[in-house]
Design a protein around this ligand. Structure first.
Ligand code: GUN
Ligand code: ZN
Length: 426
């Protein structure tokens, strides 16, 4: 039987990074009709109630129904070490990250963390993630099995590293190719799961390994490829010394066939003019990870790029300091303010849903509410705490009502989550 969800409904009919808030559609008494995993209709509640009298009604009152959040860059294996103190990127990787990722040699631990991670993120309203696993093939099986059991659309891949990491975390160019290919053939396109070719970043991959990833990507061109680019100055200097022949950081990927549409680069803060121009020309995607960029002290992403190429938004767990895409929108707002730009709530919400979906080339399936889209939805309470509720009492517009939740909200604001057309039972 079809379900009719009633509440305030927020969706997009254009790109607010280009068109401003006029790209958003808001029904203060709206409805979403869901059947067999998909959105069938969206519009004013009275019209949909009359048109679909048989549908089972769930009335969310004044809560806001939106597409579920899409977190375009995460490391699920870093769940248990989130909020580790006092380091910058390379030290942080060596001190906290690599020792934690070593534990994923134990399949039972990988399964425990994969399930914990998806439970946590669903509780925060995130229905799709694009995750790095560890070098262990079973860590990919663990996250895909956990997502499959929940009916989620997720993206993930085996992290490949063949240098500059502890012995227990190294593969080789050949084993990375073989393991990635086997996992890709096992999982890509199964149910709602997509494999992502995942060299961690140039400092931990030899040119031979990057070339092997480029070869694999040519063999499976419809996959995404994810990696990191220009996150901190020390990292960029290290890349320069490791790749003396390369024109710049991006060239270390480009030279090995790892730059084209479907490439998804995390961070991308310290870009040269050439890199910016090539990223735009190639149609690559960038992912802004604002809580990570402040937490690890990386720098201020240029959101002006969002009108020129696909830009998604992400927590970057556990470099990021939160599982919440609300908190992540708040950090994106603050970073843009430091760069002299005030992102509108419509732009922030779009980045956390349709923008991230577009960065993953999934904008026709997830990240928005429209007929035919997959029914991954979040229902947000806009008065989830007294601090937020009192700040919205004089709100005259949906944006004034929504912005305090963006800035101060967390998982207490998540009233319900629907995954693949089914309400998630808590
Ligand atoms: N660069 C390479 N690996 C990582 C990682 O795990 N987190 C972050 N933030 N940056 C990286
Ligand atoms: Zn990352």
């Amino acid at each position: 039987m079809a379900d009719l969800l009633l509440g305030q409904v927020l969706r997009f009919e254009g790109d607010p990074m280009v068109e401003g808030e006029g790209a958003a559609r808001h029904d203060s008494q709206g409805a979403v009709l869901v059947d067999q995993g998909r959105v069938v209709a969206v519009g004013p509640a009275d019209r949909l109630r009359a048109a679909y009298p048989q549908a089972q009604v769930t009335d969310y009152g004044r809560a806001l129904i939106s597409a579920g959040f899409v977190d375009a860059h995460v490391h699920y294996p870093q769940t248990a070490m989130i909020a580790s103190w006092g380091k910058r990127l390379i030290d942080w990787l060596n001190t906290y990250t690599f020792p934690e990722e070593m534990r994923f040699a134990d399949r039972a631990y990988a399964t425990e963390i994969a399930n914990r991670y998806l439970d946590l993120t669903l509780a925060h309203g995130t229905t799709t993630v694009c995750s790095y696993a560890t070098i262990h093939p079973a860590s990919v099986d663990a996250i895909f099995e956990a997502a499959q059991a929940r009916g989620q659309r997720i993206y993930a891949g085996k992290t490949c590293m063949d240098r500059n990491a502890p012995d227990g975390l190294l593969d080789t160019a050949q084993s990375a190719y073989d393991d990635s290919k086997r996992l890709l053939e096992k999982w890509h396109g199964v149910d709602r799961l997509s494999y992502v070719i995942t060299p961690r970043f140039s400092p931990t991959s030899t040119p031979e390994q990057l070339a092997a990833m480029g070869t694999l990507w040519r063999e499976f061109p419809d996959c995404l490829m994810q990696t990191h680019l220009s996150e901190q100055p020390d990292e960029c200097a290290w890349v320069k010394s490791l790749f003396p022949q390369s024109r710049d950081y991006l060239d270390t990927y480009e030279a090995q066939g790892l730059l084209r549409e479907g490439a998804v680069y995390g961070h991308a803060i310290y870009l040269t003019d050439r890199e910016r121009a090539r990223l735009i020309e190639a149609g690559a995607s960038l992912v802004h990870c604002p809580t990570s960029n402040t937490f690890i002290g990386s720098g201020l992403f240029d959101m002006g790029l969002a009108t020129k190429l696909r830009v998604g938004l992400a927590t970057d767990t556990g470099g990021g300091s939160s599982f919440s895409m609300l908190r992540t929108m708040a950090a994106a707002y603050e970073i843009a303010q430091l760069r002299g730009q005030a992102l509108h709530p419509a732009q922030l919400w779009w980045l956390a849903t349709q923008g991230s979906a577009r960065a993953l080339h999934a904008e026709d399936r997830i990240g928005n509410i429209a007929p035919g889209m997959e029914a991954d939805l979040v229902v947000v309470d806009l008065a989830s705490t007294f601090a937020i509720e009192q700040a919205t009492r004089r709100a005259g517009t949906i944006w004034e009502a929504l912005f305090p939740t963006i800035m101060m909200g967390d998982d207490r604001a998540i009233r319900a989550v629907w995954v693949g057309g089914k309400p998630r039972a808590d």
